[in-house]
Design a protein around this ligand. Structure first.
Ligand code: CIR
Length: 409
């Protein structure tokens, strides 16, 4: 059993969920990559090596690494969890009325590890018919052999986005994009039934079932400490979603939220693509992000009410410093020309993961940023990411911290 607790972005990382890329990546093609939110197809074996190095570095700094696919497989051993996931994924809406009973019967009998892989990698018509030949179904008859009856979830790689531990509770996020919505179901099953979490005792800020019109994604959420949360209002996280999460967090004791109004572009899809916290009161930030308007949100007087203060762009850093209860923020922006800055941002240069205050994991390719952060006193642990980065996410996106040491211990 775990006692999850994340009261900052930088406290020593004790437990983290990551996902080793697998067969789901082999579903990516030049034709479907955009719909699946990847910028390129990737070389799976190399991506796995890069990811194994990520896991090695995490462990070398004392973190317990939990693999999402293992958690899912262990969860699927529990009949209620299996029934929940199969009911949600293999509904008549997706598999059709005629094939549904046979598919469900087959899925009930699959060993948990294989079923976990199938839920993440998806299944083609031909793979299904190898397992249950002779099903009479117009849905299947209308498909080509290699068409996917259940789609893949390649973006499970970015464990942070779908699941955010915020102080003592968790937000299973409502994903903005169709390609990522089923990811929330997997986390919901894990946090409800997996033995590490099933004892509960933690608030669920959101169970992932709210409408995508109220989307919040974890790449936009940073737990900056001092009872405060920084949230990007981005391409993926909408103001309605922020307000909804804010009411839950305020009821649970969070003191203040600073929401950053971001540009809505793919290159800056989440807050952690332009800035991440690396040390006490210290952020690394992409030069091209500039100063952005913010909103300071606090609990209103009435129950469930939220007070909103608008802050001009020039007050961005001051608004975050105020939430942290400090006089001034330290913002580390690599001095380089704007083209080099844009290239490193695209390659997740601002997407660092702190494993302790001032100790961060970054992609090795962002040489200027890494040298600069080192010169500013950070300990920079680099990992390769040429393949992993094709999904447009770095170490921060690829991690869902569950337990961090409290900052004041
Ligand atoms: N926090 C992040 O920025 N996560 C990266 C998500 C990349 C993924 N391909 C997506 O578009 O959702």
């Amino acid at each position: 059993m775990l006692t999850p607790s994340i009261d900052s972005e930088i406290g020593r990382l004790q437990t983290v969920i990551i996902h080793r890329p697998g067969k789901e990546m082999l579903r990516l093609t030049p034709e479907n990559k955009d719909e699946l939110l990847f910028d390129d197809v990737l070389w799976l074996e190399r991506a796995q090596q890069e990811h194994d190095e990520f896991a090695r570095v995490l462990r070398s700094r004392g973190a317990q690494v939990l693999y999402l696919q293992d958690l899912l497989a262990e969860t699927l051993e529990i009949p209620e969890a299996r029934a929940f996931l199969l009911g949600a994924v293999l509904s008549e809406d997706s598999t059709g009325l005629a094939a549904s009973p046979a598919i469900r019967q087959w899925a009930e009998s699959v060993e948990a590890p294989a079923l976990a892989e199938t839920l993440i990698a998806g299944i083609t018509k031909e793979e299904l018919l190898e397992r249950i030949p002779g099903v009479s179904s117009m849905v299947l008859a209308s498909m080509d052999p290699e068409d996917l009856l259940i789609g893949p979830l390649p973006n499970h790689l970015f464990t942070r986005d779908t699941s955010s531990w915020i102080y003592n509770g968790v937000s299973i996020n409502s994903m903005s994009r169709q390609a990522r919505r089923r990811e929330s179901l997997n986390y919901r099953a894990i946090y409800t039934w997996h033995p590490l979490f099933a004892a509960g005792g933690f608030p669920i800020w959101s169970d992932g079932t709210v409408s995508p019109a109220l989307s919040t994604e974890g790449g936009d959420i940073q737990i900056i400490g001092n009872g405060a949360v920084l949230i990007g209002v981005s391409e993926r996280t909408c103001p309605q979603g922020v307000e909804r999460l804010a009411t839950q967090l305020f009821a649970g004791g969070v003191r203040e939220i600073v929401a950053v109004k971001m540009r809505k572009t793919r290159a800056q899809m989440h807050l952690d693509t332009i800035m991440t916290m690396v040390d006490h009161g210290t952020f690394t930030k992409y030069a091209g992000a500039g100063m952005l308007p913010t909103f300071t949100l606090r609990p209103g007087e009435r129950e469930g009410a939220v007070d909103v203060i608008e802050n001009p762009a020039e007050a961005m850093h001051d608004a975050i410093a105020a939430a942290l209860g400090i006089d001034e923020l330290i913002v580390l922006t690599t001095p380089q020309d704007s083209r080099a800055a844009a290239r490193e941002q695209w390659d997740d240069g601002a997407n660092s993961l702190a494993v302790a205050p001032g100790v961060i994991i970054t992609y090795e390719r962002n040489v200027n940023t890494n040298e600069y952060l080192t010169s500013m006193g950070m300990e920079v642990l680099t990992i390769p990411g040429s393949e992993l980065g094709r999904g447009r996410g770095g170490p921060h996106c690829m991690s869902c911290p569950v337990i961090r040491e409290p900052l004041d211990s």
